[in-house]
Write a protein that binds this ligand. Structure first.
Ligand code: NI
Length: 398
């Protein structure tokens, strides 16, 4: 009887133990082994798998462990719950974190464990590619990367070590800026671009009644020599007779305006005459330079509402009259220009007198020396913020 009781006791203990291992397992249900992030395992009924996984258990052992890497190349596997502690001890979560790419000055690269990097750096290796290469620049805009050891040889061949050494920033009278390669800068300066962001005072020299076969060319020679521009208000009749200086002025970037075809007093002319004078000049100029005059200066400065309505372009008068047609004296004309030179002025001259061409030759170098920039009327307007409108009259553009 005592022995039976003892057997019964073991039996009950065994059943209890099984019940504790497999809690609340319904009869006939299959079992699944699940894994905790700290290494524990549990056998649960299939119906409970979802509950356990939602509580942070994993379906495979591999999900509960992670491989960590040491700076010297060692590896270990730890349970997920232990990862933060190992990272705090200096282990790395990814192999790539344990190696450094190092660079030699001759272009070689190697990967070393982080623990070895200081030794390699001491041996002359570099930790970044930028430490071993230089970007060099050619005057014509080419760039290339060379190893630092090669840099002196390339510099000796005419390459530059900074971009700023090969480009110039240039400025237009109307506020535009461009960067050009140094070797192209002279061509841009000749087109009227400037090295200075502040163009200084601006002046519009204007010449009426030409073009003249020799004096217009003489004036253009002076303008060209000093990187200056002017505006020519040409007569259609003169343009037809002397197309070459007109073409040269346009090619130099000078502005071509109309001064009518035969110089009538438009205020005293019939509408049909006004229309014909303007239209014929436009056509003649267009035939020679490929574009119509952009401005109109009525002869004697006389205009009325009819002239305004037929003009089609802005009317440009003047606020400085050199009286060159009257004095025919180069010294007097040059002195008048210089004593009336101020920012935004429009100066009236005539390119049909030897004395005027000589006055320009005397005055332009001095104007440039004083910091004046000699621009076309439209450039002056743009620089001063004017939008010139057809039929409106302008005397200066300050
Ligand atoms: Ni005139």
């Amino acid at each position: 009887m005592k022995r039976w009781l003892r057997m019964q006791k073991y039996l009950i203990t065994g059943v209890l133990a099984i019940c504790m291992l497999l809690p609340c397992m319904p009869a006939g249900s299959a079992n699944t082994v699940l894994y905790a992030p700290d290494g524990r395992t549990a056998v649960v009924a299939d119906t409970e798998v979802e509950v356990y996984t939602s509580l942070g258990w994993y379906k495979t052992y591999e999900e509960t462990v992670k491989t960590l890497y040491a700076a010297d190349g060692r590896q270990i596997m730890v349970y997920l719950s232990e990862v933060p502690a190992y990272l705090a001890l200096g282990w790395y979560a990814a192999y790539a974190e344990t190696v450094d790419t190092l660079y030699a000055s001759d272009g070689r690269t190697i990967e070393v464990y982080k623990a070895e990097a200081p030794l390699y750096l001491a041996l002359g290796w570099f930790s970044s590619r930028e430490d071993v290469v230089d970007t060099l620049y050619a005057p014509d805009g080419r760039t290339m990367e060379v190893y630092k050891t090669e840099t002196p040889a390339y510099l000796a061949l005419g390459w530059f070590s900074s971009r700023e050494e090969v480009v110039d920033t240039l400025y237009a009278a109307d506020g535009r800026t461009i960067e050009v390669y140094k070797e192209n800068a002279p061509a841009y300066l000749a087109l009227g671009w400037s090295r200075s962001p502040n163009p200084g005072p601006l002046l519009a020299l204007t010449f009426d009644d030409g073009p003249h076969a020799s004096y217009t060319n003489s004036i253009l020679n002076t303008l060209e020599a000093y990187g200056a521009k002017a505006t020519f208000f040409v007569l259609g009749s003169q343009a037809a007779a002397n197309p070459a200086p007109l073409r040269r002025a346009a090619e130099m970037g000078c502005e071509i305006g109309s001064h009518t075809y035969s110089h009538p007093n438009l205020s005293a002319s019939a509408a049909s005459t006004i229309s014909r004078e303007i239209t014929n000049t436009n056509q003649t100029v267009s035939n020679i330079i490929g574009k119509k005059p952009t401005l109109l200066r009525p002869p004697y400065g006389n205009f009325n509402a009819t002239v305004r309505s037929y003009a089609g372009v802005p009317l440009i008068l003047w606020n400085v009259d050199t009286l060159d047609w009257k004095t025919r004296d180069a010294m007097q004309v040059a002195a008048h220009i210089l004593s009336h030179a101020s920012d935004g002025n429009i100066i009236l001259m005539h390119d049909i007198y030897a004395s005027t061409a000589e006055a320009v030759r005397m005055a332009v170098p001095e104007l440039v020396r004083r910091g004046f920039k000699l621009v076309t009327v439209s450039e002056l307007a743009a620089a001063k913020g004017y939008t010139l409108s057809p039929g409106s009259a302008y005397y200066n553009l300050r």
